[in-house]
Design a binder for this molecule. Sequence first.
Ligand code: SF4
Ligand code: SF4
Length: 345
Amino acid sequence: MLYRVIDRDDLPSLVAAFMERYEVIAPVKRGEGHAFSAVADAADIVLDYPTTVASPKKYLLPAVETLFEFDAEGNAVTDYTDEVRPRVLFGVHACDINAIMNLNSVFDDARYPDPYYQAHRAATLIVGVGCMPQAHCFCNLMDAEEARPGYDLFLTDIGERYLVSIGSVVGANILEGACEVREATDEDRIAFRAVTRARQEAFNGDIPDIQEIPMLMDAFHEDAFWDELGGRCLSCNACANVCPTCYCFDIRDTLDPGGATGRRERVWDACTSPQFAMVAGGHNFRPTAAQRVRHRMYHKLNGFMAKYDRSLCVGCGRCATACKVDISPIEVLRFFERKGAEDAE
Ligand code: SF4
Ligand code: SF4
């Protein structure tokens, strides 16, 4: 990996260089929190932001996307109509970069490649930024606290300057064209190590570090714990909407008022929704909230692992913040911790 150092004062020039060719999406202050949004002024960007309510996923997998339009009278179908803009996601935390890597695995599947996602992804650059963990962050337990591949540049604040990890030629060219770039010195490396250690120590130690999570998910598949979680679940789908790795969608055909023209749209769906597993004839394969919550947690902590050898959950903690009744993978980890304590008695 190639590292360079830029001064903090160089950041506006870097953003301006991206703006010449890309729409810049970055974290900005929004109400009490922060959100990813298109920016026109580098001064609006907040790089030391706490986890945003929603992830930047929507820029690769929009919540509603028109796949094509049709004209029944003219027997005509247009091609993919949504505009794919060259974009840079600027200031993405490591967990969200790992989440995008997981989405890439799904939508780049050799058997069923998804041209819509791929078009967005191919047009998108990613500039990561180091962060300090919040109370609900557990990316360190999901092996997602570092972004190894998956970015063009990654900035770590080491005090009045950034250590920049370079991940692509495009990123390197923009960086070198926009900033006074210099080699990292030993002092920079030592500062980087101090920042990394401080971050590691800032993770919430109350969230249990559980080994062999996929095996435990199987072992406790029938436990009453899931009924207890299901009894609380409001089926509101907030968890799925904020999650950077939920990628289920539905397809709907929408007719214009005249009935002759319309469009096929892809819309986000969620396995916590009561209708998600309902099929023609009215049968529902997961009729209870307990089954739906358990299914979601299984996919996050077990099922994806079986296919891709890594957890789908990246430990961003957003669902733990969004859920009004405290249902999240953290609760599952705590359950396994209690079970371990019972076994030890
Ligand atoms: S787990 Fe929480 S956020 Fe998710 S659907 Fe149930 S109540 Fe809503
Ligand atoms: S399941 Fe929750 S903690 Fe895990 S990636 Fe999704 S929102 Fe983040």
